[in-house]
Design a protein around this ligand. Sequence first.
Ligand SMILES: [Fe+2]
Length: 221
Amino acid sequence: MFQSAAATWAQEEEQHGIALGRWADLADSTFDFDAAFTHFKDLYRIPVDATHSVLGSRSGELCARCVVESGTSSFNSAIRDAVDEPVLQAICRRIASDEYRHYQLFARHLARYQTLEPLTVWQRLKVVVSRFKETSDDELASAYHAGNPREDSYNCKRASNAYAKLAMALYTRDHVRTAGRMMAKAVGLAPEAWLTRVFTRVLWWGIALKGRKLRASIVTH
Ligand SMILES: [Fe+2]
């Protein structure tokens, strides 16, 4: 049951990249999606040969997927609300909706696996925080570098900061609140629980602070 749902999910994730790539190809004559994607694959390979759960359990893996889908749903909502271009708005609206559905899929299966491999609230919170931190690793950074080629070679920290500067600028407090509540729900917290409110506020402060720091460093240097 989960495997067939995961196969559909994987197909939809590919379609999102193709739709956005096609839009970028048409919107910017200097951009070549196929070349950028090839460059990305040269820089980064998703490890697909793992035989054990990186997070130690299927519940942990599903919880981490909920974090990713919360992030992609909120990010596409943020792009949708920030841009004026109607086709990009329409694409991002549809992707945000798909991503929310993906979140619901993984949340549903997380609830199922919680009965088989239960994780406490604190264990799931740890998974959420560790997965959230991975947003600054090579995967997003190399994708940004490949899509925005520079004269100099790839540098993870520089590309990650450049990506974050743009991404953080799109988020509003409402987008962060929605994403925070989705992640909190995956942890097992109610939307109005005090820990959810603290988590969501810390998330917003982190995003706002990171945006400010990066903007200041660009002005300084
Ligand atoms: Fe997704």
